[in-house]
Structures are given as structure tokens and as C-alpha cells.
Design a protein around this ligand. Structure first.
Ligand code: ZN
Length: 488
């Protein structure tokens, strides 16, 4: 049986993964706030935890994977003030907040499907768990670790920190936080600037609101993940994951409120993926370098030189270790595209490989090396390097410079598909023929011929080309210089 070691953010060590109740594994991952289309930053946690989900299942664990949808309570500045992100969009577009949430959740699911990300076992919505969240607020109030202030309820971080370490996950110390957090201006409801909202009183213009013992309002953002993870996975569960951007304050707040509500820690392994930079820069809407996944798949963005297949994006993300930063650039993506195509082309030729009596290739060690890499904190870059090594040997077999026997070839075929398809989640029908690159070139070639015909005043031929392209769904639009085309 494979022994999976996984880096626990809380202990800052790689630990042997031992579930609480094997073969069952509880996995909770913070999902998207659905107020906009998914961008490249959403792809990394989705693919990282999809890999973990797939690998745990491959190891015969029965995984209950919960990934939430945030549809209420996520305020604009990720703190306890500002507009609700979904409510604001709903007001601007004059539609129901739940229409906003539904529309962007559907869009997220569509992108995830293209990336071959498996659906979680349960996908709970924050707005569907208001009652449970109110119950948790009441518990924390009863235990004396929260206070009511002007219709809102805040968690008392200073009191918590006297008994427990607030900041243990992200390695922060409250005294340091005090010096870096802005001062309260005396007008505010909070006792301390780092206290966080469990329940917020709704202003008159706030659309999403529920009755509560503390007046009409809505839950604080951090509360939903504590509530829903415990509801579906139990008061102690195996893994809680998310992007590193959620370490503080989101996960730190979760730890504090869950500990007070239950009297103990609730999460056994905390796992965080690192973030994506774009051309060496932090990504952000204000920086103008936030690229939507749909833009990447269509190539329709000023920073992109071409369209990229979803499997190229997936492979590119898996070529870096999930705890390393990953820089997104055309060069890097094109390298991934080439690499993946080369790999898939070789794998597609396995069936036609000549078989010998003897093997010069050590397939058994290769399989072990691949598993060793995965078991070492999901080291996909090393594992993928082993796949490329094998591809090189396969090509040498074709040239009769290496040999493989029938039994080894069987193992190789089975394992190659298992590693690539089942565990890494690469769909094999990906552009191994290079179709996605070839088509635009071919169309351009035809249009160049048509341009030549026009120049020679052969309008019959030029019209014929345009009409026949139209007949197969390619619309040609004449411009001052040359012509544009699009596929209907
Ligand atoms: Zn969360």
C-alpha cells in the first residue's frame, strides 16, 4: 500500500496521511464566490484538490469531497465592511442576487468541466445554511467569546488569544497584528480592529437579509466554511484545503470560531496551494492582468498570443508543485503545450510498439518512481519528468535501440493511462494531432489564395471560396486589408 506524505500547513511538516476513520476520508475545500467568471487563479486550487481527490480515490479511500459555493456574506474588502460582492452586482444589473449566484456558479462549473475537474461529492451554498450559521453564532456567544454590538456579532479575538494562539496557521502573532492593523476611529462597533464579524446587521439598502436573534442581517464570510465542513464531515475531519490567499484571515478565523464552538480543533491536515503570477506580476483586476479561463480557451485577451486548450492549462499547472509559485506566460504555456503533445503522441503509439523477448527498460522501477513522487506530497513535476523519461525510452524502442517484452508493455500501457488519465486527469484526446494549431493556419492559407484571386480580378473564384467556407461554417469578413474570419 502506498504511503502518502502530505505537507500540513499547521505543523509545517510533511506528515504521513492517516485518515481518522479509514477507508473514509473527509475533504473540505473553499470554493468560489460566485459574482464573476472564473479566472486563471481559480484553476489552481480546483486542479490541486482535484488531483488530491483523484489520488486518494486511486488509493482506495472513500472520499467525501465538500467544496462550497459562497453566495452571501463575502464583502468587497474581505473584511467586515463594504458591499456584499453578489448583492452589489445584483443591484447594478437589477436582478435577484440568487440569479447572479446561479449564473456565475453555472459558468464556474462549465469551466471546471473543460478542465476535467471532477465534481465534488457535495457542493453546499452558504445561503442554504443560514440556520446552522446562526446556531454556531449562538454557541460562541454562550461560551463568551463573542459580543453583540449595534445588531452585529463579533468574535472576541483578544480573549481567544489569551487561551489559544490566534495566528498559529499563518504564523502570525497578535501583538504584531496590532501594530500593522489600522487603529479604530472610535466610531466602530468592534472592540479591536482584528475582531471579525460572525453576524452583520443589514443596512436598509442591503438585499440579502435574514431574521436572527440579533436583528435582520447576514452571516460573516468566515462562518460558512466552519459550519458546512462540520455539518457534512463531522466535528473532526481529515483535510481542509484552499489557496494560500485564504490562510489569513479566512482560515485563521475558521480555526478560532470552530475551536470555541466545539471545544477542540476540527481539522487534522491543512493543505494550501500557492498562487499564480502573470508575467512575474501579482494578478489582480486593478492591474489589468486578470485573465478569465474562457479568454484563455479562446485566446481572446491582449496578453495572450494564442488560444490554449484546457488540457494545456491543466498540464501547465501540474508541471509545478502545488506549493511553488507558478508564473503564467505565453512562453511557459507554449512549452507545456509542446510537451504535452509530444507525450500524448508517444503514448498513442504504444499499441504499435514492437515487442521483444527481453526488456532493456525497467518498467517496474519506473512505476515505483512515479508513485514515490506522488506520495512525496503530490510531487507532480517529478512524476511528469518520469513520464517524459519513459516517452524517450519508448521512442528508442521504435528505433530498436531499446527493447521491451510483452508483459512489460502491458504494465506500461496500463500504468501510463492510469497516471495520465485517472490521476493527473489529462484527457487523452487532447490536440495530439496539433489540430487546434493547424486549423487557423489552413484557413489563412485559403484566404491568402482568395486574396491572390481578387488581385487578379478573378472574382468568381474569390466568391466561390468565400461561399464554400461559409457552407462549412466559416464566415469571411472582408476588411480594408485582407480578411477576417470566424467560426460560427
Ligand atoms: Zn472557506
Amino acid at each position: 500500500m502506498s504511503q502518502l506524505y502530505i505537507y500540513n500547513t499547521l505543523t509545517r511538516k510533511k506528515e504521513l496521511f492517516t485518515p481518522l476513520n479509514p477507508p473514509f476520508v473527509g475533504l473540505y475545500v473553499c470554493g468560489p464566490t460566485v459574482y464573476g467568471h472564473a479566472h486563471i487563479g481559480h484553476a489552481r486550487p480546483a486542479i490541486t484538490f482535484d488531483l488530491l481527490f483523484r489520488y486518494l480515490r486511486h488509493l482506495d479511500y472513500k472520499v467525501r469531497y465538500v467544496r462550497n459555493i459562497t453566495d452571501v456574506g463575502h464583502l468587497e474588502n474581505d473584511a467586515d465592511s463594504g458591499d456584499d460582492k453578489i448583492g452589489k452586482k445584483a443591484r447594478l444589473e437589477q436582478i435577484e442576487p440568487m440569479e447572479v449566484a446561479q449564473y456565475y456558479a453555472d459558468s464556474y462549473h462549465h469551466d471546471m468541466e473543460l478542465l476535467n475537474v471532477l465534481k465534488p461529492s457535495i457542493e453546499p451554498h452558504a445561503s442554504g445554511h443560514i440556520l446552522e450559521q446562526q446556531e454556531m453564532v449562538s454557541k460562541i456567544l454562550e461560551k463568551g467569546f463573542a459580543y453583540i454590538s449595534n445588531g452585529s456579532v463579533y468574535f472576541d479575538v483578544a480573549k481567544y488569544n489569551k487561551q489559544h494562539h490566534y495566528g498559529k496557521l499563518s504564523g502570525r502573532i497578535l501583538d504584531d497584528l496590532l501594530t500593522t492593523t489600522r487603529e479604530l476611529d472610535g466610531q466602530e462597533e468592534k472592540h479591536n480592529p482584528f475582531d471579525f464579524a460572525l453576524w452583520k446587521k443589514a443596512d436598509p439598502e442591503h438585499i440579502m437579509r435574514w431574521n436572527s436573534p440579533w436583528g435582520e442581517g447576514f452571516p460573516g464570510w468566515h462562518l460558512e466554511c466552519s459550519t458546512m465542513s462540520m455539518k457534512y464531515l463531522g466535528e473532526i475531519f481529515d483535510i481542509h484545503g484552499g489557496g494560500m490567499d485564504l490562510l489569513f484571515p479566512h482560515h485563521e478565523c475558521e480555526i478560532a470560531q470552530s475551536k470555541i464552538a466545539t471545544g477542540h480543533d476540527t481539522v487534522r491536515y491543512w493543505i494550501h496551494n500557492n498562487l499564480i503570477t502573470i508575467n512575474g506580476q501579482k494578478m489582480g483586476k486593478s492591474l489589468g492582468n486578470s485573465i478569465l479561463l474562457s479568454e484563455i480557451f479562446s485566446g481572446n485577451h491582449p496578453l495572450l498570443e494564442q488560444a490554449y486548450h484546457p488540457m494545456t492549462i491543466r498540464f501547465f499547472i501540474l508541471q509545478a508543485h502545488y506549493r511553488s509559485t507558478l508564473d503564467f506566460s505565453n512562453e511557459a504555456l507554449q512549452a507545456s503545450e509542446k510537451g504535452l503533445n509530444r507525450l500524448l503522441k508517444t503514448v498513442a503509439q504504444l499499441d504499435a510498439l514492437p515487442v521483444s523477448e527481453q526488456s532493456t527498460i525497467d518498467v517496474t522501477s519506473w512505476v515505483k518512481n512515479c508513485y514515490d513522487a506522488l506520495n512525496d506530497d503530490l510531487n507532480t513535476p517529478v512524476m511528469i519528468a518520469h513520464l517524459f523519461d519513459m516517452a524517450r525510452l519508448i521512442n528508442l524502442v521504435k528505433e530498436s535501440r531499446e527493447s521491451i517484452n510483452a508483459a512489460d508493455l502491458d504494465i506500461l500501457k496500463r500504468q501510463m493511462h492510469l497516471f495520465l488519465e485517472d490521476i493527473l486527469g489529462i484527457k487523452m484526446e487532447q490536440a495530439e494531432s496539433g489540430e487546434s494549431e493547424l486549423l487557423p493556419k489552413v484557413i489563412q492559407l485559403v484566404l491568402d489564395i482568395r486574396q491572390e484571386a481578387k488581385k487578379n480580378r478573378n472574382f468568381e473564384l474569390s466568391d466561390q471560396i468565400r461561399n464554400q467556407l461559409g457552407g462549412i461554417g466559416i464566415t469571411v469578413k472582408d476588411r480594408k486589408e485582407g480578411a477576417d474570419w470566424e467560426i460560427e
